[in-house]
Design a protein around this ligand. Structure first.
Ligand SMILES: Nc1ncnc2c1ncn2[C@@H]1O[C@H](COP(=O)(O)OP(=O)(O)O)[C@@H](O)[C@H]1O
Ligand SMILES: [Mg+2]
Length: 253
């Protein structure tokens, strides 16, 4: 049975896609885990970062959600261990028809039901909002990783994330375990980074990952080479931090 984890935060630019694709790469590389990475963000960043040509897709996640194709048909195999279901802007174009479908919150959960035995992890990269796509991701998941960047607004956004998860729990009767809150884009030269990190650790205590993802030029530039951080700069601080996250995620099975 797969562990199904959404990478979720309603704020953009916090490192959701960076975390989704590097976590996928690290779990595959260091633990030989079989991974399905589902990109449910019309920006298509996590699939594009691994070199998928998201502008000429024959099939993509939108076709699965609209029930025009099976998940299997829309899956692209990147390597022996990583499969990807990509998206591009056409997913956004179809948000209204998808929102009008019966059982619209459960489209993704139903689509992945047939592949749960094929993967150790299904990672879902969410868009930066709480519309029908994020709800589909959360309803399909049993865990969530919440990356939070080291900014005042990042900290401020935490309450709305907790409310969104509560809503999913109470209104849609689907409890989700927080695998961890992940501090991202930490810059040790910056006092705000340290203050935000302290506030997060104080608030989330055991739910915080010990790993802190640093702000790093290598992490920022890796997608332009279609490489994970482990291939782009294997000994750098970004790779060390994401490897540490991989170990924590494996450790909390
Ligand atoms: N730790 C980091 N250090 C430097 N740049 C980062 C880091 N994490 C993300 N970025 C960059 O910031 C931008 C937004 O990150 P992304 O992962 O796409 O965020 P999100 O998916 O939450 O919108 C991207 O250009 C990405 O390369
Ligand atoms: Mg993203």
């Amino acid at each position: 049975m797969s562990r199904i984890i959404s990478i979720f935060n309603m704020k953009g630019g916090v490192g959701k896609s960076t975390t989704a694709y590097n976590l996928a790469a690290g779990l595959a590389r260091f633990h030989q885990q079989h991974i399905l990475l589902i990109d449910i963000d019309p920006q298509g960043n996590s699939a594009a970062s691994l070199g998928i040509k998201i502008w000429d897709l024959e099939l993509q996640l939108r076709d699965v959600l609209l029930r025009h194709s099976s998940l299997h048909e829309a899956t692209i195999s990147l390597s022996d261990h990583i499969d990807i279901v990509p998206s591009n802007i056409r997913l956004a174009e179809d948000e209204i028809p998808i929102s009008g479908l019966p059982g619209r919150e459960l489209l993704l959960r139903k689509a992945i039901a047939s592949v749960l035995d094929d993967y150790d992890f299904i990672l879902i990269d969410c868009p930066p909002n709480i519309g029908v796509f994020s709800i589909n991701a959360l309803m399909a998941s049993n865990e969530v990783i919440i990356p939070v960047d080291m900014s005042y607004l990042g900290l401020l956004g935490i309450s709305s994330i907790e409310k969104a998860l509560d809503l999913i729990h109470s209104a849609l009767e689907h409890p989700i375990e927080i695998t961890g809150v992940l501090a991202t884009r930490f810059d040790a030269r910056n006092n705000l980074s340290k203050e935000v990190l302290q506030s997060l650790q104080h608030r989330f205590t055991a739910q915080m990952f010990s790993t802190v993802i640093p702000e790093s030029v290598k992490l920022r530039e890796a997608p332009s080479f279609s490489l994970s951080i482990f291939d782009h700069d294997s000994n750098g601080k970004g790779a060390k931090a994401y490897l540490s996250l991989v170990e924590e995620v494996i450790g909390c099975q």
